[in-house]
Design a protein around this ligand. Structure first.
Ligand code: ADP
Ligand code: MG
Length: 563
């Protein structure tokens, strides 16, 4: 039977360090798509279970505690690096793990929409390098998706608020996620949105706020982390995380509880006290803000809009800091955890020229300085910038250089990226040699860098004396992966067994029970063990009408026990 499909859906994906989301443009607005557990946030965690099947999301997150050797998280941090993650007997790299998450989002969307999807817009951090962007595209390809555009996360967030429809303006996007902090200044001069400047801290996020409270608790209780078993630490982590996420709603009691060695440990911790514990972290938020304002040559008061992004900006403490620093209230009526995904679908709709959105041309910045290695009489390895960090792309700039001596027969053009005056401290992007015809003089050469919106760098060298020109487009395939290796990745991923969607809620509860069992002792553990047995017994029946009531009951019990 032939099925009639809607026109190509406009799909946006936020492939986050901690959580990933997928959304679709429908009936003139962006909608989040629920996963198999009916949740919008899918933890960016991948695990392999006992029978070698892949688990993604909440079930994998539970297994991070019970089966750390078979589970991987935070892999977005390693996009663009050669790091390998070992899961049981298999190894994966960051693009492969990202592809597994993307595949899971793809199947959620396909089941929600009832049609296959292929073209998507994926968001990436504004500071992502060429290599990291290419790896993101490669991850999409591995997942059977085509990333028609990579949009910068802050740009997506501002589009979710429709700020691009308000004409001229300037927005600061403050994104504090699980493990990263990014600040970006966007300028609108429609139909253009420019990323004017961006800065951040790759090792600062909501996670650090949780860790700081854990440390403070142990201090207060005079306990040493080394005397506490990993499962008990994981339970403390969960308690603190839960307490943190409820901090805004708590009135009156601010107690944080933790069960350890037959004792209930308690600490009275309110927002003010937490603020003191977080002070060093709050101070670390200032440097990137100052840098971005400096690079954009702006004062805090010159922002027309402030946008908060990332789960950690839900904390009152963070919101107050932003108000204090900028002297104005941020936009925050949308959930800061979901707006990047919503905005990515807005952009996807723009691409498909949905009439509900004005055409927007996006420009971006080159996130780091690009230049070449030069030398003078007594110094070698000097970094001569051609395109400065935060230059709006597409862009093209030419600089003139000279040969060092009259008999010179070749010039080595070594392209570097980075912010150090010495090339040794920067990253070598590529190099090539240009032949010179000696003519008895020092010759000049013009080096032009053209950087396009997809992160392709074209280097043109022109020698006016001879009229010769040389050019090279720099587009590495992901991290030295040959076509052969890429095919292997593809093959390996295709062969992976993935847990069927319809049994995912059962698998997730099972993982949660196993985690609760690992984290408890005594009577509590015995009770959880009985539940686990009960649940595993009913699973054997394979009859959803029998399984569902038990699942719902056990989920409620675990909720009540804060597992
Ligand atoms: P990422 O962009 O890294 O994928 P998210 O935007 O999903 O991350 O943010 C995850 C972080 O947000 C976690 O550190 C989590 O603790 C924090 N978070 C989520 N909800 C809340 C809340 N209600 N209050 C405080 N922090 C929260
Ligand atoms: Mg994010």
């Amino acid at each position: 039977m032939l099925q009639q499909h809607d026109a190509t859906p406009a799909i946006g994906i936020d492939l986050g360090t901690t959580n990933s989301l997928i959304s679709v443009w429908q009936d003139g607005e962006s909608r989040l798509i629920p996963n198999a557990l009916n949740e919008f946030l899918t933890p960016s965690v991948v695990s392999i279970d006992e029978d070698g099947a892949i688990l993604v999301g909440r079930s994998a997150l539970s297994r991070l505690t019970t089966h750390p050797q078979k589970t991987a998280a935070l892999f977005k941090r390693y996009m663009g690096s050669k790091k390998k993650f070992k899961l049981d007997q298999q190894t994966f790299d960051a693009p492969e793990l990202s592809a597994i998450v993307l595949k899971s989002l793809k199947s959620d969307a396909e089941s929600f929409l009832g049609q296959p999807i292929r073209d998507v817009v994926i968001s990436v951090p504004a500071y992502f390098s060429d290599e990291q962007r290419k790896q993101t595209r490669f991850a999409a390809e591995l997942a059977g998706l085509n990333a028609v555009r990579l949009i910068n996360e802050p740009t997506a967030a501002s589009m979710a608020y429709g700020l691009h429809t308000q004409g001229v303006g300037r927005t600061l996007v403050f994104d504090l996620g699980g493990g990263t902090f990014d600040v970006t200044v966007l300028e609108y001069d429609l139909p253009l949105i420019e990323v004017h400047a961006s800065a951040g801290d790759n090792y600062l996020g909501g996670e650090d706020f949780t860790q700081a409270i854990m440390k403070a608790c142990l201090n207060e209780w005079q306990l040493n982390a080394s005397q506490i078993a990993p499962h008990d630490m994981a339970r403390l982590y969960d308690c603190v995380e839960q307490w943190k996420c409820q901090l805004n709603q708590q009135q009156g009691s601010h107690k944080l509880h933790w069960q350890w060695q037959d004792r209930q440990w308690e600490i009275e911790l309110d927002e003010r006290k937490a603020g003191e514990i977080w002070l060093p972290l709050l101070n670390r938020l200032r440097a990137p803000i100052e840098q971005v304002l400096h690079d954009a040559r702006l004062q805090p008061q010159q922002m027309d809009h402030l946008v908060l992004v990332g789960g950690a900006t839900k904390l009152n403490t963070i919101q107050k800091l932003v108000v204090k620093l900028f002297g104005q209230l941020p936009h925050q009526h949308l959930d800061p955890r979901t707006i990047v995904a919503l905005g990515a679908a807005v952009h996807a709709a723009c691409r498909l020229r949905d009439q509900n959105i004005d055409e927007v041309i996006l420009t971006d910045v080159c996130p780091y300085t690009l230049g070449i290695a030069t030398s003078n009489a007594d110094r070698h390895g000097i970094f001569s910038p051609i395109l400065e960090r935060n230059t709006v792309v597409p862009t093209s700039r030419v600089e003139s250089f000279t040969t060092t001596h009259v008999e010179q027969k070749a010039i080595r053009i070594a392209i570097y990226q980075g912010e150090s005056p010495h090339v040794d401290n920067n990253i070598l992007v590529d190099e090539f040699t240009v032949p010179v015809k000696p003519n008895g003089h020092i010759q000049s050469l013009d080096v032009r860098f053209s950087y396009d919106i997809n992160g392709l760098l074209e280097v043109d060298v022109h020698l006016p004396d001879s009229g010769d020109s040389f050019s090279k487009v720099i587009d590495h395939s992901p991290i030295g992966l040959s076509l052969e290796q890429r095919k292997q990745s593809q093959q390996r991923l295709q062969e992976l067994k993935v847990h069927p969607r319809d049994t995912l809620s059962n698998r997730t509860l099972q993982a949660r029970l196993e985690k609760a069992w690992a984290q408890s002792l005594g009577d509590e553990r015995m009770q959880i063990g009985l539940w686990l047995q009960e649940f595993e017994a009913v699973l054997v029946s394979q009859q959803e009408q029998k399984i569902q009531p038990i699942r719902l009951r056990l989920e409620r019990f675990l909720d009540e026990m804060s597992f």
